[in-house]
Ligand binder design. Structure first.
Ligand code: NDP
Ligand code: MG
Length: 382
């Protein structure tokens, strides 16, 4: 039995991860859970899984939870809570499904403590990829990706020598606005954006999927996770979203991973690796599917993708700045304070005003992140 902590358990990935564990009784003890503030969902999860401890980031929400549940589960409040959970020696594995940059410090802590890592969050890798991968190597631990594209690449590479790799094809469904023309982008609303054609996800990543920044973040994620130069990472629009990514080897062979669009598949594989177990997700019906389509992404319609390529070439603190500019822009878009078409414009401005640090330490990354957030706010408020 593996003792596992799920950080961000109240989100879309967190709930799917619990569904995977529920379906594999006797394999995992849900030892710890965490949320930002949604204690209604958290208390339901506590009742079902009876974890040893939970951590709530928001203070009032944490106090409310304490008053709601019995004494079996210990409730920690604030940043310190995560640290205390990760310090427990009985914990074998940590699944990180906190959204955004808030995942960076818990991820570094989990690696430091030598835990097995199942990583859904992508923003932390984008911000501090080289540092994270270096630390994982030092601690001799594996970071198994959950993001479906990275899971696909991980499965296709299957531990092969990097010398054999020619290209990575990162597939993208193209999001809800793939077929709109550029003029129509002016009228895009929050409601239109939150209607993704293929995936049910948290709000932030759903907006990122519509701007294609999600694919951009995944370019950076793949570059760091698999130690591959950005020139070898090609984005391929594939609206059916059945191929989750492909790897081309130097002899011309292409390996692809195919499955239905259900995050329980990559979550389960990350938790049971290297074993494959039967799961509840659906199957691809090729007779119904009949054909798959592929296309080049349109960088004019989706400038966020071009900005991510730029950040991947620049490296240093630029990816952290790209990420912070994007997090603020998406947040302001969701609040109705920024137009969809202006999201990439804000990010571009922030990047152009940034003085890059080449090989940043954690403090410098956090400082660049903080600066970029303030700069994005300044630009939006003008
Ligand atoms: P959600 O918004 O659905 O969930 C986010 C989770 O993180 C919630 O549990 C939330 O708590 C918690 N959280 C948010 N901010 C903080 C904070 N400051 N401190 C502590 N906890 C916090 O996101 P998703 O599940 O969609 O995505 C999670 C991550 O996985 C993202 O990085 C995303 O890019 C990545 N990912 C998601 C996919 C998907 O299909 N959803 C696919 C591939 C990758 P609360 O509920 O209390 O707000
Ligand atoms: Mg993905």
């Amino acid at each position: 039995m593996k003792n596992i902590v799920i950080l961000g358990s109240t989100g879309s990935i967190g709930e799917n991860a619990l569904a995977v564990c529920r379906n594999l009784p006797g394999r995992f003890k849900i030892a710890g859970l965490s949320a930002n503030s949604r204690v209604d969902i958290l208390s339901r999860q506590i009742k079902e899984f009876r974890p040893w401890f939970v951590s709530v980031n928001n203070k009032e929400a944490g106090l409310e939870l304490k008053s709601k549940i019995g004494t079996f589960t210990k409730v920690f409040i604030g940043d310190q809570g995560l640290e205390l959970m990760l310090e427990d020696k009985r914990i074998n594995a940590v699944l990180l499904a906190i959204s955004g940059s808030a995942c960076l410090l818990p991820l570094l802590k989990a690696i430091d403590k030598g835990k097995e890592i199942a990583l859904a969050n992508k923003e932390a890798l984008v911000m501090a990829g080289p540092m994270i991968m270096r630390k994982a190597l030092e601690k001799k631990i594996r970071i198994i990706p959950i993001d479906s594209e990275q899971s696909a690449i991980w499965q296709c590479l299957d531990g092969r020598d990097k010398q054999e790799l020619k290209n990575i094809y990162l597939t993208a469904s193209g999001g809800p606005f793939r077929e709109l023309n550029r003029i129509e982008f002016k009228g895009i609303s929050v409601k239109d954006t939150l209607r993704h054609p293929r995936w049910q996800m948290g709000r932030k990543i759903t907006v990122d999927s519509a701007t294609l920044m999600n694919k951009g973040l995944e370019i950076l994620e793949a570059m760091y996770l698999f130690n591959v130069p950005v020139e070898k990472i090609k984005v391929l629009v594939h609206p059916e979203a059945i191929i989750h990514s492909m790897v081309e080897f130097i002899d011309g062979v292409v390996m692809a991973q195919l499955s239905v669009t259900d995050m329980r598949i990559p979550i389960q594989y990350a938790l049971t690796y290297p074993k494959r177990l039967s799961g509840e997700a659906g199957r691809v019906d090729f007779y119904k599917l009949r054909r798959m389509n592929f296309d080049k992404p349109d960088l004019k319609k989706f400038p966020c993708l071009g900005l991510a390529y730029l950040a991947a070439k620049e490296k240093g603190t630029v990816p952290a700045v790209l990420n912070a500019g994007n997090e603020i822009s998406v947040d302001e878009f969701l609040k109705g304070n920024l137009k969809f078409i202006n999201i990439p414009k804000v990010i571009e401005k922030v990047i152009s005003r940034h003085k890059k640090i080449r090989d940043p330490n954690l403090e410098q990354i956090l400082r660049a992140d903080n600066w970029a957030r303030q700069e994005a706010h300044r630009i939006i408020n003008k």
